[in-house]
Design a protein around this ligand. Structure first.
Ligand code: SAM
Length: 323
């Protein structure tokens, strides 16, 4: 066990050039130094993280998407991009050994952290012992009642979500927060780079799809930083990015039936290569016929051969209302 951490650490050091990872896209400054309490280990520094893992004989669980952050500059950038103040209550998903939680506890008024892995709970008790503004909940973020937690801990006022997400459930976590109408101001999260791109792009690009439209219905997306694999232990085999989703007070488009809009969007991208008419008519739940769909497209000034990837969110909302 001990040797496996030493090996991981040597491997990490040998690939670390000691320079800035050259990964941060723009704009959030790197000179903010978090003053983690003197009496405790500042995590995010690789030696300290490894010491904690070693002390508890922690074994990484692949099934939980465990890739812990070991780069203080990236951590500082996330906190700054999330724009955390002492007025804020932050919901952290998957605190791991508490690395980002320490930074959040320093910056925020209140932190609620939901962690699924029972083996991490005693570690969190240790690494967060100096903070009285952190509540750790042992649970599955997809199963706990987040609305209930926010009501209980923040009297239902909007929270800020900040996390280095487990990549295997990025989409259900983000869509779950939006669809359950959890009161929130923003979501600032580390995700797989490819998924961040899909959330941010507009029509006509290969990454544009149901996720882009769903996210952009609820929030304004902005990629804050690109983060390379050497900022994590163990290293993920994909690139990562930090994306901030700022919740709109009202969706940017109006629709008579939100559920139907999302059913239309899902159907449009289910069979990407087909025309929109065929994709929509093949979706059993929509019960549409070709003549009707073609007529609606004509009414909207769109060719009957158009594909879903060419339509904006506004056009989807109009289409859904007309169908
Ligand atoms: N925040 C830590 C960091 O940055 O070092 C750990 C991030 S790691 C990518 C993802 C974390 O989410 C792990 O601690 C993992 O155990 C936890 N996790 C995975 N699935 C979860 C779920 N369904 N509910 C809550 N936590 C989960």
């Amino acid at each position: 066990m001990y040797w496996s951490y030493i090996i991981v650490y040597i491997f990490w050091r040998s690939s670390d050039t000691g320079k800035d990872p050259g990964c941060l896209l723009r704009g959030v400054g790197s000179d903010m130094e978090m003053d983690i309490r003197m009496d405790m280990k500042k995590l995010g520094i690789p030696q300290n993280t490894i010491e904690v893992l070693q002390k508890y004989g922690f074994r990484f669980q692949k099934k939980y998407g465990q890739n812990f952050l070991i780069d203080t500059r990236v951590l500082e950038r996330i906190i700054k991009a999330a724009d955390i103040t002492k007025e804020d209550c932050v919901l952290e998903i998957g605190p791991g050994i508490g690395t980002m939680t320490q930074y959040l506890a320093e910056a925020a008024g209140e932190v609620i952290a939901v962690e699924i892995d029972a083996a991490l709970i005693p570690i969190l008790e240790d690494t967060l012992s100096a903070y009285d503004n952190v509540t750790v909940i042992h649970g599955d973020i997809l199963k706990v009642d987040v609305n209930d937690i926010v009501r209980d801990k923040n009297e239902g006022r909007p929270v800020k979500v900040v996390a280095n997400l487990p990549y295997y459930i990025t989409t259900p976590i983000i869509m779950g927060l939006f669809e359950k109408h959890v009161p929130l101001q923003s979501i600032t999260v580390m995700v797989q780079k490819e998924v961040a791109d899909r959330m941010q792009v507009g029509p006509g690009t290969k990454d544009y799809g149901a996720l882009s439209l769903a996210v952009q219905y609820y929030a304004r997306p902005e990629i804050v930083a690109n983060v390379p694999p050497n900022c994590f232990i163990p290293r993920p085999n994909v690139g990562s990015a930090v994306i901030r989703l700022t919740r709109y007070p009202e969706p940017p488009v109006k629709t008579a039936d939100e559920k139907k809009l999302f059913a239309v969007i899902r159907a449009a991208f289910n069979q990407r290569r087909k025309t929109l008419v065929n994709s929509l008519c093949n979706a059993a739940d929509l019960k549409l016929d070709k003549e009707h769909v073609s007529g609606v497209l004509e009414q909207m000034g769109l060719p009957v051969t158009v594909r879903g990837e060419a339509l904006t969110l506004e056009q989807f909302a109009r289409l859904s209302d007309l169908l």
